[in-house]
Design a protein around this ligand. Structure first.
Ligand code: NAD
Length: 490
């Protein structure tokens, strides 16, 4: 239970992410003794707040998220605020002075984490100023945490990367993918590499296909300005979905170090079959939600949402079939599916095993169900194994049974858990659960080929799924033409 010492500077301290996720996560770390007393936070944003106003806001956000007030005053006393204009050197010089003062006051050993919780167009500018205005000159460590999206395509990502690499080395850059902070995503590795009955079967001989679904009930909300230019492919597939694919498909690393794990993930991206041109229609399906109903309530279609073009060609749903062309996975489709305004809010992985060689029970007209391993990522966390067992009674009839493991402690409340883990990792200097530049570049290269086709052809069928459904019919056909179907299992 190590404690850590650092100054953490949050750029965008009045924003939504800071309020809903960062302050509650920091409070958890504080309560668990992982921040000790030797830490300080400087929040910056445009609003002309005082330290006191900032502290009141931090307290408020912790109370709203966690309903806890023990130690909250001590915790909030470590917070300082500095009104800031991200393009103005004078602001950074003030910040540098404040950082120096807090460094001596809290004995921070010159350790600095810079958390960019702001719109991505500012990432490069802030990184530049941190160096040119002397904030990165420090005795201790310096680390940059950077939020998504990392670029809009490969070209812009390369440009941004080149820019921030002027101020930070690759090992100092922590690119957030908050899915990698989720307990069950981290568990994929443990399930695979710590269990004798999974790893030997984890290949094309025994697995028929893998399905990853990440569905949301929410629509675009107030994010249309960003989302109209992004769409589900960039917003979800380039990062979260492909990261889950990489963890499921990678070879066992020779040890659990950051470099070894990341290099195995990179190999998966390199083996990913590129889908381009006319092939895109055979492998990918796009969708956009129309009106419909969610939990019995009528909702508008995407094109009627605030700030959305009434003719919008932006996809709010993507289904795809990915092929990983290596010895382990030859011939095994990885189906992915993600979208807004779907039936349920849920992220889960279904691993479908191949059928056994023959069915001895068919005389009873028993259909044997394939074995499934279901990994529940959110909101439920756990693992379910679908097996066939004997029905009770005299006959040798079969009966599908489920073995269930539910992760304790995740009782459905929206905890700041993922951010807490990731912040702690960064404090420890562990970048395993952040994305390396090579992963970002390869996943953009894959996704760019698909967006190119979609952006050059206006969909004539949008909107093509009703709110509250599981997406367009074509997403079902994508899987059915291979002889499979989407498992909507619990
Ligand atoms: P937000 O719009 O709520 O907050 C932006 C912050 O930046 C505010 O504090 C604002 O004052 C500050 N700011 C804006 N322009 C500024 C300027 N010129 N100078 C100084 N400060 C300025 O945004 P958010 O939702 O908190 O998102 C921040 C980042 O986190 C984005 O990259 C977003 O994609 C990412 N993100 C957010 C969430 C979330 O749950 N909100 C989830 C995942 C990723």
């Amino acid at each position: 239970n190590e404690t850590h010492t650092s100054l953490i500077m949050i750029f965008g301290a009045t924003g939504d992410l800071a309020k809903r996720k960062l302050y509650p996560s920091l409070f958890h770390l504080y309560r668990k003794g992982k921040l000790a007393d030797k830490f300080a936070i400087i929040g910056t944003a445009r609003s002309p707040w005082t330290h006191e106003e900032f502290r009141a806001n931090v307290k408020d956000s912790v109370l709203t998220a966690l309903g806890s007030n023990e130690q909250i005053d001590d915790f909030a006393s470590h917070f300082y605020y500095q009104p800031h204009d991200v393009t103005d050197s004078e602001s950074y010089i003030k910040l540098r002075n404040l950082a120096g003062e807090l460094d001596s006051k809290y004995e921070l050993q010159g350790n600095r984490i810079f958390y960019l919780a702001m719109a991505p167009e500012f990432f490069g500018t802030i990184a530049d100023h941190l160096k040119s205005d002397g904030l990165t000159e420090t005795e201790g460590f310096k680390r940059l945490i950077i939020e998504k999206p990392f670029g809009h395509d490969l070209e812009s990502a390369e440009k941004l990367n080149a820019q921030i690499r002027q101020s930070f080395a690759e090992e100092e850059i922590y690119r957030i993918d908050h899915y990698l902070g989720k307990a069950m995503v981290q568990n994929i590795e443990v399930i695979r590499f710590a269990n004798a009955f999974f790893e030997p079967l984890w290949n094309h001989r025994y697995i028929s296909n893998i399905q990853i679904t990440s569905s949301e009930k929410l629509g675009v909300e107030e994010r249309a300005r960003y989302y109209e230019k992004s769409g589900a492919l960039r917003d979800m597939v380039q990062n979260h979905m492909l990261q889950m694919v990489a963890l499921l498909a990678m070879e066992p690393p020779i040890r659990l170090s950051t470099d070894e794990i990341r290099s195995e993930k990179v190999k998966v991206f390199r083996a990913l079959r590129p889908i381009e041109g006319e092939e895109v229609n055979n492998y990918f399906v796009r969708g956009q939600y129309g009106p419909g109903s969610i939990d019995g309530e009528k909702v508008e279609g995407y094109r009627n949402e605030l700030n959305v073009d009434p003719q919008s060609n932006t996809e709010t749903f993507v289904a795809g079939k990915l092929m990983i062309d290596n010895f382990r996975w030859a011939g095994v489709p990885f189906y992915i599916r993600t979208g807004k305004r779907m039936t349920a809010k849920s992220t889960k992985i279904v691993v479908q095993f191949k059928d056994i060689p023959m069915n001895l029970y068919k005389n009873n007209h028993d259909q044997l169900n394939p074995n499934l391993l279901v990994i529940h990522i959110q909101p439920d966390e756990g693992i379910t194994l679908h097996l066939n067992a004997k029905k009770s009674g005299q006959n040798m009839q079969t009966n599908p049974v489920k073995l269930n493991f539910s992760n304790e402690g995740s009782n459905g409340i929206n905890t700041p858990e993922a951010y807490e883990k990731l912040l702690y990792d960064c404090l420890q200097g562990d970048a395993t659960n952040f994305t390396h530049w090579d992963e970002v570049a390869l996943s953009w290269r894959f996704v760019d080929k698909i967006s190119e086709v979609w952006e050059n052809t206006t969909s004539s069928t949008f909107p093509n799924y009703s709110s509250g459904s599981m997406g367009p019919d074509d997403a079902d056909k994508l899987v059915e033409k291979d002889g499979f179907f989407w498992w909507n299992v619990t």
